[in-house]
Design a protein around this ligand. Structure first.
Ligand SMILES: O=P(O)(O)OC[C@H]1O[C@@H](O)[C@H](O)[C@@H](O)[C@@H]1O
Length: 239
């Protein structure tokens, strides 16, 4: 049984999709819908579930598109974030996937993981500083839909990163920015992540502790990426 001594830390920096909310599954399905259609129309190697974990999971939207296409030897023009969803550009494909993601969000809503809510509530009660660090530009709407926004005065998401020119995960910059905003040193901050790219970001930033949450990436992959401990659910480390 994993035990985290929370008296050793003053801040918890949570990834969102797959850590606080099951929306990694929604992202995964939306990516699959978009890439399966696109790759089959091109006669490229079909998209599989492994592709999400290997090339897309945890990364900013257009980085995920670019990295998956590179795995198939496909290069598309970058385009622009304002591209419409039918444009065959990196941004167009990313926006196509985003439409699919938002359609599911609007239809189904978001129920956070009960174990994650228990941890957030317990840490808030003991005065641990809380932040969300997400590659997603949809993070604020997902947090609000899950009823968790009141716990997180600091959110460093895909929009903040783009506006401030911060490189996305696996670079550590977005986590470092969040630690600075909550006023806690990286040594006293815990990173909680389900994606290997996010765990790698926490490891690269030399944070006090990197907790890997295994929602499908696999404990071995999370450990190899730099997780200090791996749990199946955050209930395991509620103080
Ligand atoms: O396209 P968005 O909502 O800005 O999200 C970017 C990425 O955000 C991450 O949190 C998800 O793990 C990825 O699947 C997603 O692609």
């Amino acid at each position: 049984m994993v035990v985290v001594d929370w008296t050793d830390y003053d801040a918890a920096l949570f990834d969102l999709d797959g850590v606080l909310t099951p929306t990694a599954v929604v992202h995964m399905a939306a990516w699959e819908e978009m890439f399966s259609t696109f790759l089959s129309a091109r006669g490229a190697t079909p998209y599989t579930a492994h592709d999400y974990f290997d090339h897309v999971d945890g990364k900013p939207r257009y980085d995920g598109v670019r990295d998956l296409l590179a795995s198939r030897g496909i290069t598309l023009p970058e385009g622009d974030p304002s591209d419409t969803a039918d444009a065959d550009t990196v941004c167009g494909l990313g926006n196509r996937k985003n439409d699919a993601f938002n359609a599911v969000l609007a239809r189904d809503g978001v129920q956070p993981y009960p174990g994650s809510v228990a941890l957030v509530e317990a840490l808030a009660a003991r005065g641990t500083k809380l932040a969300v660090v997400s590659s997603s530009k949809n993070a604020p709407s997902v947090l609000a839909a899950a009823g968790l926004d009141r716990f997180f005065p600091v959110v460093v998401d895909g929009r903040v990163a783009a506006a401030e020119g911060l490189p996305g995960k696996p670079a550590p910059d977005t986590f470092l920015a969040a630690a600075e905003r909550v006023g806690v040193t990286k040594e006293r901050a815990v990173v909680l992540e389900d994606a290997t790219s996010g765990v790698a970001a926490g490891h690269a930033g030399r944070f006090g502790l990197v907790v890997g949450v295994d929602r499908g990436a696999g404990a071995d992959a999370l450990t190899a990426a730099g997780a200090d401990v791996v749990v199946a659910d955050l209930q395991e480390i509620v103080p």
